[in-house]
Design a protein around this ligand. Structure first.
Ligand SMILES: Nc1ncnc2c1ncn2[C@@H]1O[C@H](COP(=O)(O)OP(=O)(O)OP(=O)(O)O)[C@@H](O)[C@H]1O
Ligand SMILES: [Mg+2]
Length: 361
């Protein structure tokens, strides 16, 4: 039996709900071949939204989705772009190879079989090519395709490009992204600071994309979906929403646990489910916590307990820490993405971890 509440894999067409406004926004953006930068706290549903949107657009646009989460070199980036393009050719394999061969100047392609799914795909062969050659071939090809069909290119975890040491990939990409017709880029990622700094004033990609912060799912949307499968009230949904601070993954996890048990739903039961989730992560979070220095541990506790006024004398006294020491620990935690700040408030972007910090340390 499968659960209608997916929290650890991406929702499919059948279990995707809500997001009507965001889909409209994406439609508008791509219709006029504009670019969009989507960011949010962790696990709000960026990847799910964009993949769902692309699946709705496949007949009108050539859709490329690239996740660069584990990219470690510029060549890796170029290869990921090329693979997305070769895999997007959905026609029969012979025709696809013919099309690709006529598009590329230098890249060769060959069919390959996925050992897990046993499905055919087409692989670019690039080992002898330079980064520049690969990039030129990719962007020349999509330029040609875009004359006949509009293109959407979504790049997930885009902030990774800022982590490459020997190249300023954003400066390199700028010329390609600026000079485009019938192509829309959607950049997404969750490391807010890194990501938005790529598009900040005076950065190479400044003004190359409209910024959009993905909000939590609407409570009404969650309720109308959940009540199809659960005997649950709007108040209880609101309670789950409040406890999970609107984090899509955590609230779906809670709904999943409610779905697979038989008791009638109450706030106490919801609390039990949250404890169950937190306890199941205890070992992982402990390990994570142990990677921190003592001052960083204190800083994390402070943020867990107070979101505002963390540098006030009362707080400094309570934790017996100097202001400057706390400040530099907060800085390191921010860089490590353990904590974040918005509207002058500090918070822990992973809501499950946040509850763990609030309750267990
Ligand atoms: N609109 C939706 N309908 C149903 N499930 C959703 C929806 N949005 C997100 N989810 C579920 O929530 C979980 C987290 O979503 P997703 O991985 O897309 O978030 P994300 O913002 O990309 O996270 P990260 O910051 O880790 O990259 C997934 O299991 C996904 O299936
Ligand atoms: Mg994601």
């Amino acid at each position: 039996m499968t659960s209608p509440f997916l929290y650890d894999s991406l929702a499919s067409k059948d279990n995707f709900f809500g997001r009507l406004r965001e889909i409209e926004e994406l439609k508008k953006t791509t219709k006029y071949s504009n670019n969009l930068l989507i960011f949010s706290k962790r696990r709000m549903g960026k990847t799910t939204l964009v993949k769902h949107f692309l699946s709705l657009q496949e007949d009108k646009y050539l859709c490329l989705y690239i996740d660069i989460f584990d990219m470690t070199s510029k060549e890796g980036f170029a290869k990921a772009l090329l693979s997305a393009l070769t895999n997007s050719q959905k026609s029969d394999i012979k025709l696809a190879i013919k099309t690709l061969t006529s598009l590329f100047k230098r890249v060769r392609v060959e069919p390959s079989i996925d050992p897990v799914t046993l499905e055919y795909s087409i692989k670019p062969i690039v080992s002898t090519l330079s980064f520049e050659d690969m990039m030129d071939d990719f962007f020349d090809s999509i330029k040609k395709i875009a004359k006949k069909k509009k293109i959407i290119i979504a790049i997930d975890e885009f902030q990774q490009i800022a982590t490459l040491k020997n190249i300023k990939l954003d400066a390199y990409l700028r010329k390609y992204i600026q000079d485009r017709e019938n192509i829309s880029y959607i950049f997404l990622g969750s490391k807010r600071h890194l990501l938005t700094s790529l598009f900040s004033y005076k950065a190479p990609m400044f003004e190359l994309a409209t910024h959009f912060e993905l909000p939590p799912l609407k409570q009404e949307d969650i309720f109308s979906y959940a009540k199809k499968y659960l005997d649950i009230t709007k108040e209880q949904i609101d309670y789950i929403y409040e406890k999970s601070d609107g984090e899509t993954k955590l609230l779906l996890h809670i709904l999943h646990l409610l779905y697979i048990q038989e008791k009638s739903i109450s706030n106490e039961l919801i609390n039990t489910m949250i404890s169950e989730i937190i306890n199941s992560k205890d070992a992982t979070f402990r390990m994570l916590f142990d990677t921190l220095s003592n001052n960083q541990k204190i800083a994390l506790k402070v943020v867990g307990k107070y979101s505002k006024g963390i540098f006030s004398q009362d707080v400094l006294n309570e934790y017996n820490i100097k202001k400057q020491t706390l400040q530099s620990a907060i800085e390191v935690l921010t860089q490590k993405e353990f904590i974040d700040k918005s509207d002058q408030k500090y918070f822990i972007p992973d809501r499950t971890f946040e509850i763990w910090v609030e309750n267990k340390i």
